[in-house]
Structures are given as C-alpha cells and as structure tokens.
Design a protein around this ligand. Structure first.
Ligand code: FES
Length: 432
C-alpha cells in the first residue's frame, strides 16, 4: 500500500553517518517538520545536521493529504474560550505566515502547488459555525459562512477561509532536500549532555531538535500523557465529481475532500489508533453511493499525534532540558505546523524572542478532559490480560484487520504482522 505521492516521485538518497561529528544544531527526524527546520536554519546561516533513522519522509509526510491551511477544524472559538482572543489571533497569524512561507518556497518548484479555498463543515450544528464566525470576526479575519456545499452530504454549512493551498508534498521535498545536510539510515539511540549516540558514531551538538513524529525520550516532557495517535484513511477516485476547494468535517471522524489533478482524494473513516473505525470500507461504501462509476486508483492511511488542546507542542522539550527542543502534536495539520515549528524553533535556537513561543510552549497547562481520557485508555490497556504486549510501556495490542498490523491504543505504536515496529513511540520490535 503506497500513497499517491510515492507513486509520483523518488526522493533523493543520502549516506548514513559513520564516525563522530559536531554541529551547532542536530535535528532528529526527516519528516516535513525536520526538513522545514533545516531549511530555516540554512537560510539563517546556522550549522546543522539532520539525521533520519530510515529514509526521509518515510512516515506521516508521505501519507498526508497535503492541505496547507490555517483552518484546523473550527478551532478558533475553542482556543479563544480556553486561552483568550489574543491566543486565537496569534494561532491564526502564525499559520497564515506558514502559508506565505510555502507560497514563497513553492514559487520556483514544480510541486503542483495550487491556491484553494478551505471549508470546515458540520452536519449538525449551526451554533458552532456561528461561534467560530464571531471569533474570526473579532480578530479581523475575512472568513465567510457558506451553505449549499457541493458535497454528497447533508451539511448545515461551513466556514470558508479564502486563498489557502494544496500541493504534492514529496515533489516539494524532493526539490528542497537535495541541498540539505542530511544523513539517512542513522538511528539515534539516546541523547544526553549534548551528545547523540547512533549505531556508528556520536554527534556532538550545542542544541538538538526532536522532530520524530512522537518524541522518543519518555523520561522528559510526559508526551505519552499529553498525546494520543489517530489513524485516518484516504482513497483516490478517478471519475468522481470534483468540487472546487478543500473540505473537512469539524468532527474529526467525518469526511475530507480535495482534488489532485483529475482525482478526488476522499479521506475519513478515522479512529484512535488501536480502536475500531470505518477505515477504507466506510470510504468505499461512501464512494459507491456518492460517486457511482468512479474507480479507485490508490488507498492509504496515515497516523497523527493529537495534542490535548488542539495546539501543537513546539519549543523546549522539557523545562529540565535547556538545549533540547521538540515539534510534535500537529493534530493532522502537519504542513502548516511544520512551517510554524521552523520559525518558532529557529528563533529559540538562536535565543531570539518569538511572539508565538508561549502559545506553542509544550510546558503549558495540561489539565484537560482529553488528559483524563488518555490516562483512562492507558490504564485500561495496561491491565487488559492479552498478548502480545507493546514494547513501549507494555499495553495490550489490538489486531488491525484492515491493515494486518498490531496497534497500541495507549500511545499509538504499530507493528507489522511479524512484529517489526512501523510507528513510534516504540523503538523495539515485538519479542517473537
Ligand atoms: Fe505506549 Fe504502546 S505505545 S504502551
């Protein structure tokens, strides 16, 4: 099962690190976040090295639907309710700047970058749309309330953000990564006192950024409490009606729509990793009813880290680790969040004040309903008396019938049928 993007492009290859080396900044993780941080550091003339345990963009980035938007669900009224109007405004500004950054970078790259309006719809509540519009109006953003969407669903309406974008993420990475200082097949086992230990050498760095999707050092930061992982599914359809724009349901379990040339990318069927959900079967049933006569050309799935309050964790890894930084918890919005991370982290790494630093600080208050849900799920699966057990913290794994994998409901590690790790935070294969 490979995504549409993987079929279209081969990424450049990089050698693995052999021996010891020093740098100002070490970036661990070669997904979109790591790549964007590397690009920003290069732009600022800061010495850096990026290491990736496998191939660059071999995880979430090659499975994204690649929407570049500041509209991450109907989050603005929720952020304003929790942190105030200023925080909602800062979140918007940071993400609009991220769109500008991609627009600038993509200008001379053939990566199918297209400006599109984005719509977040609901099936049941006009009130929530009105609340979102009220906050956006107060912060001065020209969003619009729209009804009668060109979707095969009974929507109540949607909030529209003008001039957002979509692209082919791997064509973009293929163009920008080739001149970066990257080592592939370089697995970092541990970081301590500014030294990262790999299988074939040590990297001494003044500062280190962990951009490994789910942060891998459990002893700091409590990320295994602050996040869970969510799986979602995509099918690409030829011959389906293609609406203009990008569309997503606010509920997080509904459908999403975007085009890629003559194809419609239909997403959805999502669920917490290790739980049941609609998956591709649900998407195929939807396509059978709504897009009769269309053909499926590709299907794939992706996995996202979900933060407690819908705001990513970007900044200091933990208050006890002054030279260690993190970018994670992108809540399915990895493209813009990666560009936001690049700006916030590049400033932090050079001791420059950043106006969004507080908003994204991983050390913010974690007491939310979702925290108790995460704790409850972990407690339940730690005592569930079934095998096999996850090699991360020992939860009972669940067999995923659709994908033939062992999935962990606690923090989202996944293993192939023969026990090899597919998705972190786990780093060890299952015992045979
Ligand atoms: Fe943490 Fe499985 S992912 S126990």
């Amino acid at each position: 099962m490979s995504s549409l993007w993987q079929d279209e492009i081969s990424l450049p290859r990089f050698q693995s690190l052999e021996g010891d080396i020093s740098t100002d900044v070490l970036i661990i993780g070669g997904g979109m976040a790591g790549i964007m941080v590397a690009l920003e550091l290069r732009r600022r003339g800061i010495s850096y090295i990026l290491v990736e345990k496998d191939r660059i963009c071999g995880g979430t980035t090659h499975n994204t639907t690649a929407k570049i938007t500041a509209q991450h669900g109907l989050v603005y009224h929720r952020i304003a309710n929790r942190y105030g109007l200023g925080a909602a405004k800062a979140y918007l500004e940071a993400n609009l700047k991220a769109i500008d950054r991609y627009t600038e970078l993509c200008r001379d790259i053939d990566c199918d970058f297209e400006q599109k309006d984005n719509y977040v719809y609901t099936l049941d509540s006009l009130d929530v749309l009105n609340s979102e519009m009220a906050v956006l109006k107060r912060i001065g953003y020209p969003a619009e309330l729209r009804c009668g969407l060109p979707l095969p669903l009974d929507t109540v309406g949607a909030v529209r953000f003008p001039a957002q974008a979509q692209f082919n993420p791997l064509k973009f990475v293929a163009a920008v990564a080739k001149d970066l200082n990257i080592y592939e097949h370089t697995f970092v086992k541990n970081v301590s006192n500014g030294v990262a230990v790999t299988h074939h050498g040590k990297i001494r760095a003044k500062k280190t950024v962990v951009a490994t999707h789910f942060p891998f050092m459990d002893r700091f930061g409590g990320y295994f409490l602050k996040m869970y992982q969510h799986r979602s599914y995509v099918i690409a359809l030829r011959g389906a009606y293609i609406p203009d724009g990008m569309y997503v349901d606010d509920s997080g379990t509904g459908l999403s729509f975007r085009s890629y040339g003559e194809l419609l990318l239909l997403g959805g069927g999502g669920h917490r990793t290790g739980k049941n959900g609609g998956g591709w079967e649900y998407l195929r049933k939807t396509a059978e009813k709504a897009y009769k006569g269309s053909d499926e050309t590709h299907h794939w799935a992706t996995q996202d880290c979900m933060a407690l309050d819908e705001i990513p964790y970007i900044g200091r890894y933990c208050s006890l680790t002054p030279d260690l930084y993190v970018a994670t918890g992108f809540n399915k919005w990895g493209m813009t969040s990666s560009a936001v991370a690049a700006e916030v982290l590049a400033d932090a790494l050079t001791d420059k004040k950043n106006k969004y630093e507080q908003l994204f600080a991983p050390q913010r208050n974690i007491f939310t309903k979702q925290l108790w849900a995460n704790i409850g799920e972990s407690a339940l699966n730690l005592v569930r008396p079934t095998a096999p057990r996850c090699t991360h913290l020992g939860c009972a794994l669940t067999w995923n019938r659709a994908e033939h994998t062992w999935d962990c409901p606690c923090h989202g590690s996944r293993y192939s049928e023969d026990g090899n790790v597919i998705d972190n935070p786990s780093t060890k294969n299952l015992k045979r």
